[in-house]
Design a protein around this ligand. Structure first.
Ligand SMILES: [Mn+2]
Length: 255
């Protein structure tokens, strides 16, 4: 899964995710989050704050899942690119490179958040290069938490504006994806970021785009998980739509 965008701004989505992860124990060997688990992440020291919020709840449920023997792998997205080793320890999670290669039943699957595939979005690609610099990250993290919070809020507002201003929102570049696959000697890729869930076939290459999660408006609930089950020499794939089931409030009787 990817693009859950969890946090205090998405209380319903976060609560639903925590419930869903709670029911995952024993049903999955691994949970892989391909970026943007959180709407923002301004530093792992957020978890040291005495005031607990949605971030803590998410880490707690992942920690419990990992303690039960499930592998929890997390890629950094364009929102939560500052996820660090203290976060990973707290969740019992492994931070995954982007891209990384999953080998399953003899299949080679490239996993990525997907923002680095949007090469047509030059302003974003410039920003991405800057904020992934160790020096930039050190300087940002050296500021007090409140100052970082303010900057993150300003950046989010700006990103909303620029998205609305664009006539055609950016998408992953198919040729760039094909180049990544060639480099990895793979013909299957899974990524998120664009919020355009689809299967793209090109020659004999498959690129699966994950949905984002948003359960804040009950009229349009979005939540998906892509299940991969290894078989003898092949992989069974199922895209599960969780939106309607998870949009029910926790205290509603099961029907
Ligand atoms: Mn993203």
């Amino acid at each position: 899964m990817s693009d859950l965008h969890l946090g205090p701004q998405a209380p319903r989505t976060t609560a639903a995710f925590v419930r869903w992860v709670g029911g995952l124990a024993g049903r999955a060997d691994a949970l892989l989050v391909l970026g943007d688990l959180f709407e923002t992440w301004i530093g792992d020291d957020l978890l040291e704050q005495p005031q607990r919020d949605q971030h803590h709840a998410v880490c707690a449920c992942l920690g419990q899942l990992a303690a039960g023997g499930c592998f929890v792998g997390v890629q950094r997205g364009n929102r939560d690119f500052l996820l660090g080793s203290a976060f990973a320890r707290r969740c019992g999670a492994r931070l995954l490179d982007d891209p990384c290669l999953l080998e399953l039943a003899g299949q080679r699957i490239v996993l990525s958040h997907g923002d680095a595939l949007c090469i047509d979005d030059l302003p974003y690609m410039r920003w991405r290069a800057v904020c992934r610099e160790p020096k930039w990250q050190q300087d940002f993290l050296a500021q007090p938490l409140a100052a970082r919070q303010q900057q993150a809020a300003a950046a989010r507002a700006q990103s909303r504006d620029s998205q609305a201003a664009m006539l055609a929102p950016g998408d992953a570049d198919a040729s760039e994806a094909a180049r990544w696959l060639q480099r990895a000697r793979a013909d299957w890729m899974i990524h998120g970021h664009t919020h355009r869930p689809r299967e793209h076939w090109q020659q004999a290459q498959l690129r699966q785009v994950l949905s984002d999660w948003d359960l804040e408006k009950p009229s349009d609930p979005r939540a998906q998980a892509l299940w991969l089950r290894p078989r003898a020499g092949w992989v069974e794939v199922r895209r599960e739509d969780l939106g309607a089931a998870l949009a029910q409030p926790a205290d509603a009787p099961a029907t």
